[in-house]
Design a binder for this molecule. Structure first.
Ligand code: SAH
Length: 266
């Protein structure tokens, strides 16, 4: 008993760094482990939006808010504090999907940080959106961010071309920002070189956030009619050649068959 107590004390005094995916938004989408780790933290760092999503869990911890675009400073701060405190860096969705895991671990490597680093997964936007649209993914898929802040646009175009040619289901993250209004239109233009106009497209805003949640089911040929609706809280899912729309009695649902129809009658 005494031994295990002193072990856990040693852990705390040595510091610990958690990089935590908090899921798409509303608190019930958080894993139980993520919730426990946030509740027990000495420090919680994150951008304001994500900290607001977990506001109900914040009380005694010291909170360090920072703004978008300050990720490197935030990562440095987290690594520094983790040398002798229990630190949680929160990141929206999954922290490995355009999230904070990358920069935090790069900074930790640079500092050769000698504390436990734990990355906790979360529900990423493609999966949150897919759950609202029905079964649009189910088979091989490709996730492409249209943000050219850290990735050259030529690389993004190449990935759009090859993923479309290979007929992956494609999820587009970061479709638009004030500086990059035309990236979405350009991406759709590229995808349409390979995929038919009849291919279903789902646009989902604030997936599983409760507030502001909205979705549109359309096709590749008609998606540009909704261009103005697309913003940085939107993820777009483009189906493959076999995807179809079920106009169900309740709502339009996207289905991408896995292939059972080739083997079974149902
Ligand atoms: N780490 C996050 C993604 C960060 S990049 C994740 O795993 O989901 C930010 C982009 O993700 C946004 O521009 C948007 O395209 C998408 N996104 C994140 N959360 C979303 C949500 N709840 N609904 C729709 N899109 C979302």
């Amino acid at each position: 008993m005494e031994e295990s107590q002193s072990q856990s004390q040693n852990k705390t005094s040595g510091g610990r760094l958690y990089i935590v995916g908090i899921g798409p938004g509303s608190i019930e989408q958080l894993t139980i482990k993520a919730r426990d780790v946030i509740l027990n933290a000495d420090y919680v760092l994150g951008n304001s939006t994500y900290l607001d999503h977990v506001a109900d869990l914040l009380g005694t911890q010291k909170i360090i808010r920072s703004s978008m675009g300050k990720e490197v400073d935030r990562a440095r701060k987290a690594v520094d504090l983790a040398k002798d405190a229990n630190v949680v860096m929160v990141s929206g969705g999954d922290t490995n999907v355009y999230g904070m895991a990358g920069i935090v671990i790069e900074v930790a490597e640079h500092e050769n940080l000698d504390v436990e680093i734990e990355v906790l997964p979360g529900v990423t936007a493609i999966l949150a959106a897919a759950s609202m649209l029905g079964a649009p993914v189910v088979t091989d898929f490709s996730v492409i961010s249209l943000s050219d802040l850290l990735t050259p646009w030529e690389v993004i175009e190449k990935r759009l071309n090859l993923a479309s040619e290979a007929d992956f289901v494609i999820a587009l993250y970061n479709p638009k920002s004030r500086q990059r209004k035309s990236n979405f239109a350009r991406a759709i233009e590229i995808i349409r070189k390979y995929k038919a106009d009849s291919v279903p497209v789902g646009l989902v805003k604030n997936a599983l956030r409760g507030e502001g949640e909205a979705q549109i089911v359309t096709t590749l040929g008609e998606v540009m009619e909704h261009e103005d609706w697309v913003d940085m809280s939107t993820v777009i899912l483009v189906g493959n050649a076999e995807s179809r729309i079920w106009n169900s009695p309740r709502k339009d649902i996207i289905i991408t068959p896995r292939g059972y129809q080739r083997k079974y009658d149902y």
